[in-house]
Design a binder for this molecule. Structure first.
Ligand SMILES: [Zn+2]
Ligand SMILES: [Zn+2]
Length: 87
């Protein structure tokens, strides 16, 4: 994460983004401009980089459990195979 920024000499709080050249004060905030979270809350559009963080967010912020079904994007979809039948 810090590899994407160069700290400006003489300025302890200023960093220059190597990706777009913009000078920012908060590395963490600007980092998400280029690398946004993959997991998005379906209710309030909050983004998280980890699915378990989003699950915790939905559980405590929205007290929803059915919304969690739409979050597991990293899991393969289990589908029924119509051709599989015993003859
Ligand atoms: Zn940038
Ligand atoms: Zn939310």
């Amino acid at each position: 994460m810090k590899m994407a920024f160069d700290r400006l000499p003489g300025c302890t709080n200023l960093h220059r983004c190597r990706l777009c050249g913009k000078v920012v004060t908060h590395i963490r905030n600007h980092y998400h401009v280029h690398f946004p979270g993959r997991f998005v809350c379906p209710i309030c559009r909050a983004t998280y980089t980890r699915s378990d963080n989003l699950r915790t967010h939905c559980r405590y912020k929205h007290t929803l459990s059915e919304a969690l079904a739409n979050i597991s994007t990293d899991q393969p979809v289990i589908k029924m195979d119509p051709d599989e039948r015993s003859s």
